[in-house]
Design a protein around this ligand. Structure first.
Ligand code: COA
Length: 180
């Protein structure tokens, strides 16, 4: 288990499925914020997807449950892992009842500590919608900087939005740790 300030990251368990289903399949707001869309899914289809995500090769994707007191409140992962370039992409989603309380930056920071210090990544990348201000503020608070925008590249919830490309490098992150 990776202990953050208030959250902990641990492997998913079969008993986390209900929390994951609420998050990924029932919560329209969170689903649109994360993937741009929401489609109704049966429990069976969602369980199939859950297994395909959790069973992905760790060479491609590594998943963590975000927990408080061992209760799953979200999911954070690195994906598109490129070991030669020491780069990977971050994806995070929290239960909508838990947003805006600092758990996101705590989870991102905890994941970055693991990625940079234990797994020896050099860079973590992500992208998000320009309208997802909460996510952008969370990522900036964890050390990400905006590196570019794909203008009007996505249609999200009734409007055309930019895709914001962000990244954090290990030396920058280490420097921030030493300053704080
Ligand atoms: C993105 C996400 C992981 C961030 O985690 P979080 O715990 O909500 O974020 P934090 O509390 O650490 O930080 C949120 C920041 O946004 C601010 N904020 C909160 N609600 C906001 C809102 N409705 N609009 C704009 N900013 C908001 C907070 O004040 C805080 O900024 P500050 O510390 O500079 O004041 C989480 O909100 C989430 O899962 N959202 C739904 C799915 C999603 O968007 N995933 C990311 C896809 S790229």
């Amino acid at each position: 288990m990776l202990q953050g300030e208030r959250i902990a990251l641990r492997p998913f368990r079969e008993s986390d499925f209900d929390a994951w289903y609420r998050l990924m399949a029932e919560d329209v707001e969170v689903s649109i914020a994360g993937s741009g869309t929401w489609l109704p899914q049966t429990v069976e289809a969602a369980r199939h997807r859950w297994h395909s995500i959790l069973d992905a090769s760790p060479d491609d994707r590594i998943n963590f449950a975000v927990t408080i007191d061992d209760r799953c409140i979200g999911s954070i992962a690195i994906k598109f892992i490129d070991r030669r370039s020491q780069n990977a992409w971050l994806a995070i989603v929290l239960d909508s009842t838990q947003l805006g309380q600092g758990y996101g930056r705590d989870a991102v920071n905890t994941l970055l500590r693991w990625a940079f210090m234990i797994e020896n990544f050099h860079r973590i990348s992500l992208d998000t919608w320009s309208t997802n201000e909460r996510a952008i503020r969370c990522y900036k608070a964890a050390g990400f900087v905006e590196e570019g925008r794909m203008r009007e590249a996505a249609w999200v919830n009734g409007q055309r939005v930019d895709i914001v490309e962000m990244g954090v490098l290990r030396p920058e992150w280490l420097e921030r740790q030493q300053r704080s």
